[in-house]
Design a protein around this ligand. Structure first.
Ligand SMILES: NC(=O)c1ccc[n+]([C@@H]2O[C@H](COP(=O)([O-])OP(=O)(O)OC[C@H]3O[C@@H](n4cnc5c(N)ncnc54)[C@H](O)[C@@H]3O)[C@@H](O)[C@H]2O)c1
Ligand SMILES: O=C(O)C(=O)C[C@]1(C(=O)O)C=C[C@@H](O)C=C1
Length: 304
């Protein structure tokens, strides 16, 4: 592979930025990578593990002369960081972000982007429950989707270059409009995370169980919930507050269905339960047959 951007600046050295750095290095996708983290402790850790070619003590030093600046901070602070870097951006540079929410980030960052600088938001649909500079790995984005969300009027050559960059990091790319992105992610990621947080909270409330049996006899379903519920609290607080409308819409529908299932159980309505589970099983099988599950061996070979 070859260099896509001469100089890349990664802002916020956590899971996504560190995975990007190792991925960039694996493919030699940039000439040089600078990094900036808010805390001196994170900067020190980054230096110790060789994360980035240069870890800078200020935002200005990190972004100066960068061809691509990627904001890898929680979505709630994207706007404030964009405001701080704006005066130091080189003309013709590209600013991007990897935030899990797009409409709110575009509205917060967009106004700070100077004339002559491009803004191309993205969202890699890949992660783990771990965070911080030591949690990243080069393979994180392999065979995962990265959604590119260009604002209206974005420079087509720069959008194509961003797609090339993410494909070289191992991802598959698609373009999406911000509101649609936020609704899709509310269904596939944000609401499921809230449900996992709730389920683990419920188990913790039943402490006499948590202390022993819940952990010891943890079945696969609950174990997955505890993994997801161990995700970074700051990141997820910001996701819910930034994607309020779509998440509340999905959760409203979710609670209606949950109440209907609850009533069916109370009334002994096995027919309702069976019909419901038959429908959801067919959805799962349809996804696999269409070759749309990146975790399945027939991924990409289906009839989609
Ligand atoms: N973790 C995931 O699964 C995942 C997946 C895709 C996208 N994202 C998005 O990527 C972004 C980063 O997530 P992550 O998982 O790498 O988080 P992380 O917690 O591992 O890293 C975030 C970093 O940002 C730093 N930071 C926080 N506030 C800052 C500020 N004001 N100025 C500078 N730095 C600041 C933190 O100190 C931390 O080093 C978030 O916007 C998140 O929504 C996360
Ligand atoms: O695998 C996980 O741990 C994740 O939660 C990753 C996950 C997801 O929901 O799929 C979480 C948030 C992101 O914005 C993208 C990906």
């Amino acid at each position: 592979m070859s260099v896509v951007y001469g100089r890349v600046a990664l802002i916020g050295l956590g899971l996504i930025a560190s995975s990007m750095f190792w991925g960039i290095r694996r493919g030699t996708l940039a000439g040089e990578v600078t990094g900036y983290a808010r805390s001196a402790e994170t900067r020190e850790t980054a230096r110790q593990i060789g994360l980035c070619d240069e870890v800078c003590d200020t935002l200005a030093d990190a972004v100066r002369d960068a061809d691509l600046v990627v904001l890898c901070v929680p979505v709630g602070v994207m706007g404030a960081v964009a405001e701080q870097i704006a005066p130091h951006l080189k003309p013709g540079a590209v600013v991007s972000d990897v935030g899990s929410v797009k409409r709110q980030v575009i509205e917060a960052v967009g106004p700070h982007i100077p004339e002559g600088v491009h803004f191309i938001p993205t969202h890699p649909i890949a992660g783990t429950e771990h965070s911080g500079p030591t949690s990243g790995f080069a393979e994180l984005f392999d065979n995962r989707w990265c959604l590119i969300v260009p604002p209206p009027g974005a420079d087509e050559a720069e959008v194509a270059r961003m797609e090339q960059f993410w494909r070289a990091l191992g991802s598959m790319t698609d373009r999406m409009e911000p509101d649609h992105h936020d609704l899709v992610l509310a269904v596939t990621s944000h609401a499921p995370h809230l449900i996992a947080y709730t389920m683990v909270g419920v188990a913790d409330d039943l402490r006499r169980v948590t202390d022993s049996e819940v952990i010891k006899y943890s079945a696969a379903g609950f174990r997955d919930f505890t993994r997801i519920a161990a995700s970074d609290p700051t990141m997820w607080r910001d996701v819910f507050l930034s994607n309020k409308e779509a998440t509340l819409e999905v959760l409203g529908r979710f609670t209606e269905e949950l109440f209907a299932l609850q009533r069916a159980i109370r009334q002994g309505d096995g027919e309702h339960l069976h019909a419901y589970f038959t429908r959801t099983r067919a959805i799962r099988r349809g996804i696999i047959e269409a070759g749309q599950d990146t975790n399945e061996p027939n991924f990409g070979r289906g009839k989609a």
